[in-house]
Design a protein around this ligand. Sequence first.
Ligand SMILES: [Fe+2]
Ligand SMILES: [Fe+2]
Length: 205
Amino acid sequence: MHLTCPGSRYGTGFPAWRLPGGAPMNAIELLVEQHKKVAKALETMCKADRVDPAMLRQIGDELVAHMVIEEHVFYPRIRELLEDMTAESFEEHAVARFELARAMIADGEHQKARLTVLKELIEHHVEEEEKEMFPKVRSKLSMDELDQLGTKMKAMFEKAVEMGLDQLVQGQGDLGKVGASKRTSGTRRVQGNASRRGMTASSSR
Ligand SMILES: [Fe+2]
Ligand SMILES: [Fe+2]
């Protein structure tokens, strides 16, 4: 599986966004809210006797969309303020995408093991963001700018979720054309894509 997003060369090459109306959303509050949702879903799936494929698909879409908005909006702005603050974060996103892909093409005990590793990766990453990165960002950016970033990221997130992780991670996505293609649900589509493309996240051990 390709582990990059379309245009995700550290914030360059991404299409311009047309933002819908609506109340401003503080960037950090938005990201923390999304962290909580992903953490809760991973916890549920790790504890369940059987992983619900629809839940995994939904949280996979949201996790990748979350990483997309950080990579294209939030991190580039942080780099302008706090050099070297995001290099490790980009790498952790890449590893999380990889483990998510491995979880989605597995089942049974192997899938549980991969989800557990993904959960631990995410917990570590979120802790660094919330305890180290976000407080520094808060001290550097005005509330107005945090609201502007949050509003932009919320709009991008919704489009990215609608597009789905397949398009986002395979580099086929044009977020300006969201809704142009019909989506299917469940993990079967990912499994098919994976086998056709010879994904490196092999389910065999
Ligand atoms: Fe995050
Ligand atoms: Fe992140």
